[in-house]
Design a protein around this ligand. Structure first.
Ligand SMILES: [Zn+2]
Ligand SMILES: [Zn+2]
Length: 263
C-alpha cells in the first residue's frame, strides 16, 4: 500500500491511497486545480484514480469534490447521510452533484482491491465517518474530525499498519485564541476535534502492535504548532516503548503534500 497525505487542516483535506491495484482519494477538500497540482507535486501524475471516499460534508473535505469527480469521471463513495447533504449543497451552489455509490457505515465493502469500512465518529455533521482501508497486505486507518475516541474508533485501530490521526489543537492555545466562546466550545466539544492530548491518550491506550507508521493530521494553524504536537506524541510513543514510531512520526500540513510512504 502507498499513502500520500496531499493536504491536511481546516483549509482543505485530501489523502491518496493506492493498494490492491486500486487508487482512491479520501476527501477532496481543495479546489479541483489544487488537487491536480498536489497529485503532480507528490509525483503521482493525475492519480489515475478509481474513486473518492468522503468522510463528511464540511467544506474542508468536499470543496473540490464535484468538479474533480466530474473532470476525472470518478464515482464518489459516501454513506447515505453524507451523500444527501453533499447533493443538496451541490444543487444549492448550482453545481451538478457527482455520481454517488452509497455504502452503509460500519459495513465493510470492496472498492476494487481495497476493503473499505466507514467507522462512525462523533462530529457535528449528518453521518461522519473515519475509514479503514485494507489491501490484504496492510491496513490504513484515517481518523480526523472526531470529538473523542469512542470505543468503536479505538477498536478500529486494531490491525492498522498506519494511522493518520487528528491532533487538532493545543487546549491552552485554543482557549487563548480570542475566538468566540461558542466556537471554542464546538472545537473542544464531543462533536468537534481531537486535541493533541486526546490523540496522545488514544495512542497510549490503544496503540496496535501492528502499527508501523503514525501521521498526525488536521492540525489547527492558529491553535497548534507542529513542533508541539510532534513533541507530545513522540514522548507518548517513547513512554509506551514505541521508539520506532516516534522516530518515523510524520506531521501533515496544509500547504504541501507529505512525501508518500509505503506499507
Ligand atoms: Zn475538517
Ligand atoms: Zn469537519
Amino acid at each position: 500500500m502507498r499513502v500520500c497525505v496531499l493536504a491536511s487542516g481546516s483549509k482543505g483535506n485530501a489523502t491518496y491511497v493506492e493498494g490492491g491495484g486500486t487508487r482512491v482519494l479520501i476527501d477532496a477538500g481543495l479546489s479541483c486545480r489544487a488537487l491536480e497540482r498536489r497529485l503532480a507535486e507528490a509525483g503521482l501524475g493525475d492519480g489515475g484514480l478509481d474513486g473518492i471516499l468522503v468522510t463528511h460534508e464540511h467544506a474542508d473535505h468536499v470543496a473540490g469534490l464535484a468538479r474533480f469527480a466530474a473532470r476525472h469521471g470518478l464515482t464518489v463513495y459516501a454513506n447515505e447521510g453524507t451523500a444527501a447533504v453533499v447533493e443538496r449543497q451541490c444543487r444549492l451552489g448550482g453545481t451538478p452533484p457527482p455520481d454517488f455509490a452509497v455504502f452503509e457505515s460500519r459495513v465493510p465493502f470492496a472498492l476494487g482491491g481495497l476493503t473499505v469500512t466507514g467507522v462512525r465518529v462523533s462530529h457535528d455533521t449528518a453521518e461522519p465517518v473515519a475509514y479503514t482501508l485494507d489491501d490484504g497486505a496492510a491496513r490504513l486507518g484515517y481518523f480526523t474530525d472526531l470529538g473523542f475516541v469512542s470505543r468503536e474508533v479505538a477498536a478500529a485501530f486494531a490491525g492498522c499498519a498506519a494511522l493518520i490521526l487528528e491532533s487538532n489543537h493545543d487546549p491552552q492555545m485554543l482557549r487563548a485564541s480570542g475566538r468566540p466562546f461558542a466556537l471554542v466550545a464546538r472545537i473542544a466539544g464531543e462533536s468537534g476535534h481531537l486535541s493533541n492530548d486526546q490523540a496522545c491518550e488514544a495512542l497510549a491506550a490503544h496503540c496496535p502492535a501492528t502499527l508501523r507508521r503514525l501521521v498526525l493530521a488536521h492540525l489547527s494553524e492558529e491553535c497548534n504548532q507542529p513542533a508541539v504536537a510532534r513533541a507530545l506524541m513522540a514522548r507518548t510513543l517513547r513512554g509506551i516503548g514505541r521508539e520506532d514510531l516516534a522516530e518515523s512520526l510524520l506531521v501533515a500540513g496544509q500547504d504541501r503534500p507529505l512525501p508518500p510512504f509505503e506499507l
